[in-house]
Design a protein around this ligand. Structure first.
Ligand code: BDR
Ligand code: CA
Length: 313
C-alpha cells in the first residue's frame, strides 16, 4: 500500500518531537508533506523553531515547516512550560536549526495541500491545540469533505483532565477550535489521556532508547528524562506518558489501539469544565457518533515499534 500522505500539526513539546521522529522514520507508512506549527506548549516562535530542530535531528531537512496561528481563536494563549521547560524541548542539548521556516502561513499550506490532492488522500495529524485546523476549516469550508481522516491527540474521558480537573491541555487551550473540528463531520480518531497515560516510558523502555546509541536515541532518552519528572511527581506514575506518538503510531500500527466509535462534544461555555471532552463512551445519549475514541493501547507493542523505528534515524 502507498504511504499515507499526512500533515503534522504540532506544538513541540518533547512528546510531539518523538511523534514527529516516528513519522519521519517510517516513509513506507507515512509521507510527511509538511509540518505546521501552532502555539501551545510554548509560544509559536518556539514551536516553529522546535519543529525544525526535530527535522534536523532526524536528518530530514527537506520536510517543509510552516508557522501558523500564534493564539487560540477567541482567548489568550495558555502554555505549559511547567511540563516541557522554557524551550519546550528541555532535556537534551540541541543546536538552533539551520533549515529555513517556510514563508507561507501554516493555515494556507493546509488549505492549499488539501485542495491540490484528490478527495480522501490527506490525513491531518494534530498534536497540539486545534487552532490551525479549525482556522483552515473556517476559511476554506470546501476542504473539510476532502480530508481523509483526522488523527489527533486530545481530550479524555476516564482520565478526565490534566491541565484542569476536567480538561486535557490541547482541547483546553482552544476549545472553540476543538468544537469546530469535532462538529466537522470528518472521520476523526482521538488519542485521549485514557490511552496516552498507558503509554508510559518506564526505565527499561527509556534505557532501550538510550541504548540505540545514536543522536536520536540519546536525545529521546534525555527528553523523556526531563519530561517525566512532572508526571512522576503528579501521578506517581512509572514514567512520562508519550501522548503524541500515539497518533503517529496509529498510522503505522492501528491494531495496537482499541476504542469505541462514539459521540464526543466539547464544553465551550462553562468556566468550571471548560474544554472538557464529553465522550458518550456508554452510548447513553443517542447523539450520533462523530469520533473513534480510543481507550487502550498495547504498550509493549507501541514501545517496540517506537524503538525499532527510531533506530533507523
Ligand atoms: C498534550 O499536551 C501537551 O503538553 C502534549 O504535547 C500533548 O500534546 C497532552 O495533554
Ligand atoms: Ca503536543
Amino acid at each position: 500500500m502507498a504511504p499515507r500522505k499526512i500533515i503534522i500539526d504540532t506544538d513541540p513539546g518533547q512528546d510531539d518531537a518523538v511523534a514527529i521522529l516516528l513519522a519521519l522514520a517510517s516513509p513506507e507508512d507515512v509521507d510527511v508533506l509538511g509540518i505546521t506549527a501552532v502555539a501551545g506548549n510554548v509560544p509559536l516562535e518556539l514551536t516553529a523553531k522546535n519543529a525544525r530542530i526535530v527535522c534536523e535531528l532526524a536528518g530530514k531537512t527537506d520536510v517543509p515547516v510552516f508557522a501558523g496561528c500564534d493564539r487560540p481563536l477567541g482567548r489568550d494563549l495558555v502554555t505549559a512550560e511547567h511540563v516541557h521547560g522554557k524551550t519546550g524541548l528541555d532535556g537534551p542539548s540541541l543546536s538552533d536549526p539551520q533549515m529555513p521556516l517556510q514563508e507561507q502561513h501554516a493555515v494556507d499550506f493546509i488549505i492549499e495541500t488539501v485542495r491540490a490532492h484528490d478527495t480522501g488522500t490527506i490525513t491531518l495529524c494534530p498534536l497540539g491545540p486545534l487552532t490551525n485546523v479549525a482556522t483552515a476549516f473556517q476559511r476554506a469550508p470546501d476542504i473539510v469533505e476532502k480530508v481523509q481522516q483526522i488523527v489527533l491527540m486530545g481530550g479524555a474521558y476516564f482520565e478526565v483532565g490534566n491541565i484542569t480537573p476536567t480538561a486535557e491541555f490541547n482541547i483546553y487551550v482552544d476549545p472553540e477550535a476543538a468544537d469546530i473540528v469535532f462538529k466537522s463531520d470528518v472521520d476523526i480518531v482521538v488519542m485521549p489521556l485514557d490511552v496516552t497515560h498507558k503509554a508510559l516510558v518506564t526505565k527499561p523502555r527509556n534505557d532501550a532508547f538510550r541504548a540505540l546509541g545514536t543522536p536520536v536515541g540519546v536525545a529521546v532518552a534525555e527528553m523523556t528524562d526531563f519530561f517525566e519528572r512532572f508526571d512522576k511527581e503528579k501521578y506517581g506514575s512509572a514514567g512520562a506518558p508519550l501522548h503524541d506518538p500515539c497518533v503517529t503510531a496509529y498510522l503505522i500500527r492501528p491494531d495496537l489501539f482499541t476504542g469505541r466509535h462514539v459521540n464526543v462534544e466539547v464544553e465551550t461555555s462553562s468556566d468550571l469544565t471548560m474544554g472538557m471532552t464529553v465522550a458518550d463512551w456508554w452510548r447513553v445519549t443517542g447523539r450520533p457518533a462523530n469520533a473513534m475514541f480510543m481507550g487502550d493501547v498495547d504498550a509493549d507493542g507501541f514501545f517496540g515499534l517506537l524503538t525499532e523505528r527510531l533506530a533507523r534515524l
